[in-house]
Design a protein around this ligand. Structure first.
Ligand SMILES: Cc1ncc(C[n+]2csc(CCOP(=O)(O)OP(=O)(O)O)c2C)c(N)n1
Length: 278
């Protein structure tokens, strides 16, 4: 069990990552707020508690790997990498500029990014390849993959799911950001994928379902997944798209929305209120 003071520290980190999202998105330019903020707690746990990653040794063969299969949420990974000190803070303001270090979707030019993603459905296959290679090398490193619920309609990931179970891969943990909304509406209205837990267990995976903004539950689930030998684990996280911003929560308009000056100020006020309560 994670001590309360550590939980608080990670909650403050998650809040800082949300501030960083605002800094990157700014006013008048589209930015993926919704699917980024639903991952803030997970990113805080992975980068600031769980993963073996050192900014000075980003190519260490035994580092843990994180593949953001839902690559459009790159901003939240950039926020975490920035807070980890992997690149200067000034880069946040240059996000999505030509020749900048931080592209619109994950790219290998960014220190700490492990895979090019953005075309949905591919991250699990990439992660499986990494996990198999690490196993061959007898490395203690783990691979983490983050997928979206809309992304579950991509066929390629189910092929990777079957293969991971077939090869008894247990150094791979997948996360499903079950925020129930995708780019243009509710996932259930666009492409129904019921019983995701049963689907994944039917494909041979260990399934753990948690509240995805609860830091203690995220830590416990990742540790249970790590302890289980002989099969891959998926942690299905019940989350809220746009979490932390009242106007964006569950609202597809903020999948890749544009802030007006007024809403932007409101977003900061809402984070300041959360900060006062932490
Ligand atoms: C192969 C592919 N098809 C379509 C898209 C366009 N697209 C970008 S984000 C998105 C919705 C993703 O929804 P979800 O996986 O639920 O992500 P989240 O809501 O968590 O951001 C789509 C369809 C894409 N990036 N890749």
């Amino acid at each position: 069990m994670l001590p309360e003071d550590k939980k608080k520290e990670l909650a403050r980190t998650a809040l800082q990552l949300r501030y960083d999202l605002l800094e990157m998105i700014g006013v008048g330019v589209a930015g993926h707020l919704g699917g980024s903020s639903s991952l803030a707690e997970l990113m805080a746990v992975l980068y600031f508690y769980k993963m073996n990653i050192d900014k000075g040794k980003l190519k260490d063969p035994n580092r843990d790997r994180l593949v953001l299969s839902k690559g459009h949420a790159a901003l939240i990974q950039y926020a975490a990498l920035c807070e980890k000190g992997c690149f200067p803070r000034a880069e946040l303001k240059r996000v999505k500029t030509l020749h900048g270090l931080l592209q619109g979707h994950p790219d290998l030019t960014t220190p700490g990014i492990e895979a090019v993603t953005g075309s949905l459905g591919q991250g699990l296959s990439i992660s499986l390849g990494m996990a198999l290679a690490l196993r061959l090398d007898k490395s203690p490193a783990r691979v983490y993959t983050i997928m979206g619920d809309g992304e579950q309609s991509e066929g390629q990931l189910w092929e990777a799911a079957m293969a991971a179970a077939n090869f008894n891969v247990d150094n791979l943990t997948a996360f499903l950001d079950w925020n129930k909304v995708q780019a243009t509406g509710k996932t259930a209205d666009i492409f129904r994928i019921p019983d995701l837990d049963k689907k994944w267990s039917g494909f041979g995976w260990n399934v753990i379902s948690i509240k995805g903004h609860d830091i203690g539950q995220i830590v416990d689930a990742t540790e249970k997944a790590e302890a289980l030998k002989g099969k891959p684990s998926i942690i299905i996280m019940d989350t809220i798209k746009g979490k932390g911003f009242s106007f964006a929560e569950g609202n597809p308009a903020y999948h890749n929305g544009i802030f007006t000056e007024e809403v932007y100020k409101q977003a900061y006020r809402e984070l300041d209120a959360l900060k006062a309560g932490l």
